[in-house]
Each structure stands twice: as structure tokens, then as C-alpha cells.
Ligand binder design. Sequence first.
Ligand SMILES: Cc1cc2nc3c(=O)[nH]c(=O)nc-3n(C[C@H](O)[C@H](O)[C@H](O)COP(=O)(O)OP(=O)(O)OC[C@H]3O[C@@H](n4cnc5c(N)ncnc54)[C@H](O)[C@@H]3O)c2cc1C
Length: 648
Amino acid sequence: MAVGCRQPPREFGPPSLGCHRSSSPIYFLSLSPPPSIESLYFFFFFFFFFKEIDQMGIRRLQGEWFLLLLLLLLCFVGCCHSEQAPNYTFVKQATEAPAVSYYDYIIVGGGTAGCPLAATLSRTSDVLLLERGGSPYGNKNISNLAFFADTLADVSPTSPSQRFVSEDGVFNARARVLGGGSCLNAGFYTRAGADYIRGAGWDATLVEESYRWVEKVVAFEPPVRQWQSAVRDGLLEVGITPYNGFTYDHLYGTKVGGTIFDRNGYRHTAADLLAYADPARLTVLLRATAERIVWRGDGKGRRGRPAAQGVVFVDSAGRRRQAYLRKGKGSEVIVAAGAMGSPQLLMLSGVGPREGLERLGIGVVAERDMVGKGMADNPMNAIFVPSPAPVEVSLIQVVGITRFGTYIEAASGQYFGSPSNSGGDGDAARPPAKNFGIFSPQTGQLSTVPPKQRTQEALDRAARAMARLDPAAFQGGFILEKIVGPVSRGHLELRTRDPHDNPSVTFNYFQDPIDLRRCVDGIKTIEKVIQSKAFDRFRYPDISIQALANMTARFPVNLLPRHDNDSRSPEQFCRDTVMTIWHYHGGCQVGRVVDGDYRVLGVDALRVIDGSTFNFSPGTNPQATVMMLGRYMGVKILEERLRATEED
Ligand SMILES: Cc1cc2nc3c(=O)[nH]c(=O)nc-3n(C[C@H](O)[C@H](O)[C@H](O)COP(=O)(O)OP(=O)(O)OC[C@H]3O[C@@H](n4cnc5c(N)ncnc54)[C@H](O)[C@@H]3O)c2cc1C
């Protein structure tokens, strides 16, 4: 761990803020690494796009001054970004761990739910947190808003982001880093609605306290600049009212939500919540991949059912180690490995549908047909709006919460999230690579560039050609929609017995007509926002809505074939241009795999606490509720333990 200046607190309260280390000026001076596959893809997309703009006879932006201004802005973002590396004495590499160790709680997955859960449990118990990825601290691609896309574009074996493609043909990503998805995401922070909290059967007072506990450390008010303001005003103009101002609350109308990026564009993640932990009682092991849960010798616990007893994990050198639960009431293994990782680990441990386990030669410990079922991913569809006026670099800040089951959000920028930095160090000194950051991760390069043609020479050629393109091609934003729910459901199965491999997942986007109707209503609303007065400045008047839709439909964001009527049929547009907003959930749902206290049905001493337990995605964006749930269940479990001790 990097030596830092923030000391974990001794008390149960929020951590104190530490000093800030600024990036060195040398940060801006190193050379570009070879261009990535993403660059190649963007060449193809933007070459086409720019030609299209030219053909429409749009005046090119000549202003060198603008480019200069933008570079200054990016330098400013880079310079101001402050690194806070906490002094977590309890974080170690798994290679340093003993071959066998014992704890009160073993948590698998140091992600968005796992970190707040571990921090809370450690206040009274000895806790081991196993995370398969590395530390987020010191990784500028994670910390800095301007490099959002770089992490997602990094497909190296130790990248904080592990790419997968669902069987639907949609590119997606899962976290592999301490802090989990909160290290990769677009940062939007917003709570679930009161109905959602009631429906989940949660205690509203503890929910409120838990959200606040999280917000003290990771949530901020974003600086809403011109482009995001235009989206906000456009939403109000088309009737997504009332205006609710800046709030974390889930309310119908238009609002500015929170963000985990602070005023300097520096990301705060679930890993920052570990500052709440008792450092003497928490052990966090990095690059520790859980292979399987270990069951009691006879496969039976106190109640004659299988009972979890520990976890076998493998370190980065490939060595296996074992961690066991201490004897005593209340000790548990808690899986918080996310919507891909949790059902995967349960199945690798013999808990799942018999047929799928036996196919891979995994002994069945508990036949649970619903493990891996109910997988859902809220489809995201967007329209790209090239802008004649400069736009700020922004991720999600504003949301329109409609009454017809669609959330409208937006992102903008030019040259941000540059995949030229995909070496992992987010070096702002490099000349900006021209691309559209937020859509880099699902670039679709696999569909446009056959593997054999992805040579270094081809990449270099593409990068040089891209550098010659007019800046106008890269200036603008996306207005996007996410549908509520969704209603359509899919499933997850193991492909192999290797825990490092992605399982196979199918989301069945738009299988249910309700989802498709919501998407169509959302697209129609986006079109109105683009045509609103508020948006006049940020749109070329002579590009029709149909032309914008056409342009967007040719953006190869997924592996799906396109149709001629994409810009005329919103239904076809929704289906053909479907992307993920990365809010996938399910696989260990409450009522199907876990009970209301998140205990795995049919076995003992095992819970699942993370996004895999959701039946629907909470709020407009889930991370606030995932972090809240980690804290909330931590408090509940400690209360249970206390009660059990008092009864003894
Ligand atoms: C690119 C992107 C953009 C997003 N944008 C937003 C946004 O703007 N706002 C928002 O609210 N939400 C956003 N989300 C969604 C949100 O971040 C996720 O829903 C949330 O992080 C999921 O939390 P989790 O705890 O369920 O899983 P994760 O945070 O993924 O945690 C699971 C952890 O378990 C670890 N793990 C898995 N398997 C094992 C194993 N076998 N052994 C050890 N460790 C293991 C993983 O490495 C990971 O760290 C986004 C997500 C992504 C990927």
C-alpha cells in the first residue's frame, strides 16, 4: 500500500479527512504508449462520423484557441486531482497470508457491498476480506474522472475491469479491484425510492442511517456546468417536472444527483469506507481469488444441513490457502462477489442447479435451482448529439425520473477517457486520443476489426489517421436512457471450474414488451430534449433527429446486426442499439436463493450480500444502495451476534 496521510479512525464515527498529495508535474511529460484496440475502433467510427458531418456541409471548427483551452482544462483536471492513499495497515497481498487462518467472518469480494460490510463487522469481530483484484489507490485511471474509459479499455489479465460479452451480444464489464464497481463506474450517486425500501422489507430508519454513514465519506454535489445544465433545462421543458434541485432522494421530476467524484474530479470509492474499520480486527487480502467454500467435514452442520466452514483461495503466485471460521455462534462466510461472482462462487462450491454442477464434475452440496436465475441488466440506449459549441467533460450528474418507467441521463466531453492511456497509468501528458470516452468499454471493436487484422502496425496507422481528424468530430454528448426494472430476465451458468473465468450470462434484453415500450417512450423523450430550446446551443440546427438516430445506430456498440429502419422505428432502434449501463443484478435473489436476512436457503453459516440479491435495480443507479446494504447488513449481523451472546 502506498504510504498515505489519512489515519483510520479509532471510533465508530466517520474517518477524518487527511492531507492531499498533488500529482507531480512530471505526470504530464511522458510519451504515449502504443494505441489500443479501442483507438482502432474509434478510428473506424469517427472516420465515418466525420465524413457524415462533412457531407452535411457543417462548418468545421477551426479555432486552435479552443483546442488549447481544452488542453488547459484537461491539464487543470489532472493537476488538481489529489490522491488520497489511506494508511491501511490491514491490507496485504495474499502471497503474504498464512497457509491456514481463522476468523469470525470471512467475506469474499472487497467490492461496493463487501467493503462497508467488512468495515462494520470489524468493529466487534475478527474479519477476513478476500479480494481477487488489487488496490485502487495510486491508479490514476481509477481516481481521475477524465480517465473513466481507460480502465474499461484495459483488458490485461490484472486490469481492475474484467470484460465480458453476454450471450445477447452486448459488451459488459465486471470489477476486479478493491472497491469493486465503485472504482469503475460513472460515479452517479443516488438513493433508492421509499417504495423500493418498503418493498425490500428494510428498516427505514437503519436504511437512512446507513446511507448517511456512506455519504459522509464518498458522496459529493457535482459542479453542474453548461451542457449538463442544458440537459436539466431540456428535461424540464419537455415536462419531466418538478425540478427537485440537488438531492440524493429518488423523486419524480428532474434533479441533480450526487457523485463519488469530489470537486477536483477525484474518485472516492467503497474502499474509502474501510477507513471506518478497526485496523486491529480486519485483514484485507488482495489478489486473493476464492475458489470454493469449504463445508464441515461431514457436509452437515448443527441442524443436519450443509454448513460453511471456510474458504479456499488462491494467491497471485497460484498457491492455495485456507481460511476457516472460528468455532462459535454466528461465525459466517459472507459472499459479496457481485452479480457475476456470487452465483459463480456458489455453484463452484456445489450450491446450484444439479445438472449444471454435474456437467462440470462439481459435487452437489445443496441442490438450489434458482442460483444463477433472475439475471437482469437494465438496457441502456442513447442518442449521440454532436455539438457546435464546446462542451464540458461530464459523466452522469442530472437525471429525469419519468412516470413511464424510464430514467434519462447524460454524459459529455471531448477527448476524455482517452484509451491512449490504457497502459494503466492515466498519463495526462500524452496527446489526447480522439474518442468518446463513456462508450469506449463496449466499443464493439470485436465486430468491426477481425482479430488477425489487429496488428500493431494497423493500430499505429489508425492512431495517426485519427490524430488528423477535425476536433469537431469529437465534441458533443450522449443523452441516454435506462429503463426501470427491467422485467425481462435471464440466467447465468458456469462455463468452467476456474474461478478466474467469466461465467456465461444471458440477459434477454427486451424479451418482455413492457421493457420495449419503456425504451420507446424514453427515446421519444430524448428526441424532445434534443429539440428543446434549452439545447439549441449544443446542437447543429441542420442535422435532423432522424439523422442523429441514424448516426447513432451505425455506432457499432454491440455485436447485433443493424436494420434499415433503425432511425424510423424506435422499437428497432432500441433492440439494435442496446448497450449496458452496467447495473446488472440477480443470480442470488432474495426469496429465491437467500432469505430476507440474506442467508443462503438450504445451508447454514452462509450469506450473500451484494447486487446479486436484487430483484430490481434500486433507484436510478444502484451503487448508493449497494454500499448502504453492506453497512445495513453489517449492523444487523452485529446486533444478531450481540443478542446471541446475551442469550448464552
Ligand atoms: C462501468 C460501470 C459504470 C457504472 N456506473 C454507475 C453509476 O454511475 N452509478 C451507480 O450507482 N452505479 C453504477 N454502476 C453500477 C455499480 O457500480 C454496481 O452496481 C455495483 O458496484 C455492484 O456492487 P457489488 O458489490 O454487487 O459488486 P462489485 O462492486 O463488483 O464487487 C464484487 C467484488 O468481488 C470481487 N470478487 C468476485 N469474485 C471473487 C472471488 N472469487 N474471490 C475474491 N473476490 C472476488 C470482485 O473483484 C469485486 O471487487 C456502474 C458499474 C460499472 C461497471
